[in-house]
Design a protein around this ligand. Structure first.
Ligand code: PEP
Ligand code: MG
Length: 592
């Protein structure tokens, strides 16, 4: 055999959606939705097709329920399968399929493929990431149903679990991975994955984080010269995928991995400690959650409660809101698990990229500037009070605070508080117990709210800064638009000023101020939050211990000096440079 030259190292940048480093042989997985044969059936054959469809629907339904149960027992995220069941039972899809079979004597395979393909294509054209994700769900259901129509198991196995074909561990590469592909992964053999499509808001990204698999999405195109078995490295921290890494790159990453391992082992010892700066100032370090399944992990890492519970995930993908009893049971579990610190439950923040299509009669022309958060709640008072009553009921079982998202005016806060008072009166008249002194907070995530922060502060118990949105609205940069991502700058001097103003306004009025956006987890910016006197940081579960360690290495005085020096900065780069300088002197080992 003629020896081939080693393939050159190729680096592709995507979006790192689940942190960690993984290296191993590549396996290509997943097939596109393939068009079945376009047969014209005999009349009697066509008449038998609806029964074939019925049988395949029943099998598919059982498989989805099975996957859902399997994931539930592993405490993973399962709501996506409710969406899959809704798609499977969607009468408009099924009626169209049966009409095609009846009128054109086509097989149900081809008819189902054709109808779902049409839905997928129209959804993919929509300029909204949430709806585009629904295309993935329909494709996922269609692939599964077509396999069942052919009486096949899933590719690569006969038990419905997607596996690389060889027995050793692999890096999976795919055009896209559907949520049920991701759930079906045999974790003991999947080191990491990378996909051409995807976004950090996709269900697949959410699941990768909950399954702790390093992952990079949105690579756009995999290189032509890679074959199954070639070595691939996934850097989920930087969103980097390296094909055919050179010996030097592998050595560099091995060192990084060693550092990662020893940092993680060392950090575990901090799980039971309080969060204090080196000079003893207490900072509340809490965690953001979207799902109950995250509670155990954050509690075991010593989170001081939940600083942001994104309750809209109770609604998304489900097609209908939960009733009061189910919501209050859910909130009660959060409150009890986080005892004695408790939880800040944010009222519904549907809108923007978190669309609930069933709530909208007309498509939103500009969802991020439209019917979102408190605006939507105040327009649906009955449903809003259902949520408020559910939160109040939970407050009888543990420490619960509530906060309103997306406030842009003082009137909205007053209207929301009025609804809260009504909800309290309703519960009192029914004799239902709740915390009469429940604390109420305002999310500060719109520049107009920053500029009236003194007024807002007089009427709430705390502020929580939603920096994800505050950055997007301060800089006019859509937080999910790839093309302008370089302008989405957490260290923009205007953003730092907005945060400074908010913290100062809160303190002037004797209330505390936290941050619950992603910048709260940013180790480079930790000195700024300490210097500004932020009282609480609510971070992603995976960042808790790193942030606790970082804070423990910081002294308040140099952090305060830093924040004074930042006043003179005109660019993001200058702000970043000064912060990095202090952070890398305090905890170089944490800045991988
Ligand atoms: C934010 O905007 O920073 C925030 C925490 O809320 P969300 O990311 O859910 O909009
Ligand atoms: Mg927000």
């Amino acid at each position: 055999m003629i020896p081939t030259a080693p393939k050159p190292e190729t680096r592709l940048h995507g979006i790192g959606v689940s942190p960690g480093i993984a290296v191993g042989p590549a396996e290509r997985v997943g097939r596109a939705l393939e068009e079945p044969e376009r047969l014209i059936l005999e009349q009697d054959e066509a008449e038998a097709e609806p029964a074939r469809l019925e049988a395949a629907l029943a099998t598919t339904r059982d498989q989805i329920l099975e996957l859902q149960r399997a994931l539930e027992s592993e405490e993973g995220e399962t709501t996506i399968f409710d969406a899959h069941l809704l798609i499977l039972e969607d009468s408009s899809i099924l009626n169209e399929v049966l009409r095609l079979v009846e009128t054109q004597r086509k097989s149900v395979d081809w008819a189902y493929y054709t109808v779902s393909r049409r839905y997928i294509e129209s959804l993919r054209k929509i300029d909204d990431p949430y709806l585009r994700e629904r295309a993935v769900d329909i494709e996922d259901v269609a692939k599964r149903l077509l396999r069942n129509l052919r009486h096949e198991g899933r590719e690569g196995s006969d038990d419905g679990v997607l596996r690389p074909q060889q027995s050793d561990t692999k890096i999976l590469l795919a055009h896209d991975l559907s949520p049920s592909d991701t759930v079906g992964l045999d974790r003991s053999r999947v080191l990491g994955f990378a996909t051409e499509l995807g976004s950090s808001t996709s269900h697949t990204a959410i699941m990768a984080r909950s399954l702790n698999i390093p992952a990079v999405v949105a690579l756009h195109e995999l290189p032509d010269d890679f074959s199954v078995g070639d070595i691939v490295l996934i850097d989920g921290y930087r969103g980097l995928v390296i094909f055919h890494p050179s010996p030097a790159t592998l050595a560099e990453y091995e060192t990084l991995r060693e550092r990662e391992r020893s940092v993680l082992t060392d950090l575990e010892s901090l799980s039971d400690e309080e969060t204090r700066t080196a000079d003893g100032r207490k900072v509340i370090l809490s965690a953001n959650i979207e799902f109950l399944e995250e509670l155990e992990g954050i509690v075991s890492r010593g989170a001081e409660g939940v600083g942001l519970y994104r309750t809209e995930f109770l609604y998304l993908g489900r097609g209908e809101p939960r009733d009061e009893a189910a919501q209050s049971e859910n909130y009660r579990r959060v409150a009890e698990a986080t005892h004695p610190h408790g939880a800040i439950i944010r009222t519904l923040d549907v809108g923007g990229d978190k669309l609930c299509p069933e709530l909208y009669e007309e498509p939103e022309p500009n969802p991020f500037l439209g019917w979102r958060g408190i605006r939507l709640s105040l327009d649906r008072e009955e449903e809003f009070r259902v949520q408020l009553r559910a939160i109040l009921r939970a407050s009888a079982h543990g420490k619960v605070r509530l906060m309103f998202p997306f406030l842009s005016t003082l009137e909205e806060l007053r209207d929301a508080r009025r609804q809260l008072e009504l909800a309290k009166e309703e519960l009192r008249s029914e004799g239902v117990p709740f915390d009469e002194k429940i604390e109420v907070g305002a999310m500060i995530e719109i520049p107009s709210a920053v500029l009236i922060a003194d007024h807002l502060a007089r009427e709430v118990d705390f502020f929580s800064i939603g920096s994800n949105d505050l950055i997007q609205y301060t800089t006019a940069v859509d937080r999910i638009n790839d093309r302008v991502a370089h302008l989405y700058q957490p260290t923009h001097p205007a953003v730092i000023s907005m945060i400074r103003e908010t913290v100062e306004a809160a303190h002037r009025h004797g209330i505390w101020c936290g941050i619950c956006g992603e910048v709260a987890s940013d180790l480079v910016l930790a000195p700024v939050w300490i210097g500004l006197g932020v009282d609480e940081l609510s971070v992603g579960g995976a960042q808790l211990l790193r942030m606790r360690r970082a804070i423990s290495r910081l002294d308040s005085a140099p952090c305060r000096e830093l924040t004074e020096r930042l006043r003179a900065c005109g660019t993001s780069a200058e702000v970043h440079g000064l912060c990095l300088d202090l952070a890398s002197r305090a905890y170089p080992e944490l800045l991988l």
